[in-house]
Design a protein around this ligand. Structure first.
Ligand code: NAD
Length: 247
């Protein structure tokens, strides 16, 4: 509870609070992360390829059918709902100076919870486009049992998700860098901070009020003012209920 109170003090007095989230922010919504013991990387293997290969651009091009089979059964959770962490972050916008939620997640749950300025560094499973004519599609328009083809030109439809080997959207990355550089408090939730360039954002943070809320150690723990090693939903719910008491 002591660390929750320290985190509360920092977010309450922040002039510019920026939040960086990863897959751990969504595990309590039933979406597995990559690197926890119950994460995708530790799942019994059904395919002859590691997840980084299955989710790479070249694999998408060469084995689109296997890619989509893996993608729809491991990354798309249509019925997932925002959990206490997403809800608390959205509520925080009314209680303190939240400038942006930068997320590595592709599940759209921050927006669904009501966060208003969300930067999706790795894209989203909600949107798709035809690789030939660029026609946009939504997740709901796709048939998850086969390779989705464009109804207009027959081209292959690709998710608007940043795959391994693909660069991040330049505008999103610049926006995320600017927000991080301008933040006086940075709250990092549910990320192993091992995937670059997302983890590299921490090198742009100039303040000394870094809060890390993560179940396991991260390479940036030494730089943190407060570390909370508990479930993000429970921790964020406490922070927000204390913020409400102080409001
Ligand atoms: P990661 O799997 O590398 O790390 C997740 C971290 O979250 C771990 O350190 C784990 O200890 C922690 N964690 C798990 N559950 C938690 C909880 N309830 N509370 C607090 N901490 C918790 O994930 P990452 O760092 O985000 O990077 C991996 C990549 O995975 C990203 O590129 C992301 O796009 C992708 N991904 C996204 C989703 C999603 O959209 N929900 C799901 C899986 C993977």
């Amino acid at each position: 509870m002591e660390n929750i109170r320290k985190a509360l003090e920092l977010v309450h007095t922040a002039k510019s609070l920026v939040i960086l989230t990863g897959a751990g922010a969504s595990t309590e919504s039933g979406i597995p992360d990559f690197r926890s013991s119950s994460g995708l990387y530790n799942k019994p293997k059904r395919y002859d390829y590691p997840a980084e290969v299955l989710l790479s651009h070249s694999f998408f091009v060469e084995h689109t059918d296997i890619f989509y089979e893996y993608y729809f059964s491991n990354l798309v959770y249509k019925d997932a709902k925002p959990n206490d962490c997403h809800i608390a972050l959205a509520e925080m916008e009314q209680l303190c100076n939240v400038k942006a939620v930068i997320t590595q997640n592709i599940d759209g749950l921050h927006q669904q919870a009501g966060s208003s300025n969300v930067i999706e560094l790795h894209g989203t499973i909600k949107r798709y486009h035809c690789m030939k004519c660029n026609k946009p599609y939504s997740l709901e328009e796709l048939e998850p049992s086969s390779v989705p083809l464009c109804t207009q030109c027959g081209g292959i439809i690709k998710p608007d998700v940043v795959l391994y080997e693909e660069p991040l959207n330049e505008n999103d990355l610049m926006n995320a860098i600017q927000q991080t550089a301008a933040a006086d408090v940075l709250l990092v939730i549910g990320t192993s901070l091992t995937v670059y360039p997302a983890a590299g954002l921490l090198n742009y943070y100039k303040g000394n009020k870094l809060i890390i809320m993560n179940m396991s150690q991260t390479p940036f723990d030494n730089s943190a003012k407060v570390i909370i090693r508990d479930k993000a939903g429970r921790s964020m719910k406490k922070v927000v209920s204390l913020l409400k008491e102080n409001h």
